[in-house]
Write a protein that binds this ligand. Sequence first.
Ligand code: 13P
Length: 252
Amino acid sequence: MRRPIIVGNWKMHKTTAEAVALVNALRASVTQVQDVDIGVAPPFTALMAVAEALRGSRLFVVAQNMHWEPQGAFTGEISAAMLTGIGCTRVIIGHSERRQYFAETDATVNKKLRAALNAQLDPLLCIGETLDQREGNATFSVLEQQVRHGLADIAAESMARVVIAYEPIWAIGTGKTATPTQAQEVHAFIRSLLGELYGKALADEVRIQYGGSVNAGNIQTLMTQPDVDGALVGGASLEASSFAQIVSFQRG
Ligand code: 13P
């Protein structure tokens, strides 16, 4: 029912030359994959070259961040129109690294989300709890706050274009993946919350990705879970062969 969506978040890795070499290899190795939406999120400096290298392919180009204002005196920032102008179709908003190291809050995440939607850029909204929050039984309340505040004033028509990425912070870059059961429990919770906010029919359409130490060995069981609709992949997306294996997962 929901088409899987798998995106590689390269974070602060790859020069432009390295990025182009990676997508050229990736493009060649995923030609057989038909039923999965596949994206890559290179650093800003490589977006244009990657978009050029992927022209005519099914792979789409994602930015890792953006500013909410359309233009102005914001040194070092990038607007939504600058991203669509070079071929980006999606943007990651509110990654936990942005929240943790660059002071992003649910309020700024919400502003970015609305600006992206207005600019015809489809957002991937990242949410996730820390280990302390999980161990303190606060996972659901933390996620509920991130969803409710992150999606404040987002109309139902726009919500259909939002992808949610559940990335438990304790699973990012640690090699500790959430178990398929843990992921499913949270994804089902997020979907029921979306049902409260937007109605069940729309909630059933929204794709919810899992992220956090996804690799070729665990993608398969994660994807067998009914509410896991894809993945946001960090480390394992930095090599064409491992990312190609991930997007080629066999459906159970
Ligand atoms: P890793 O796959 O390296 O754990 O990173 C996950 C992530 O943060 C993707 O956005």
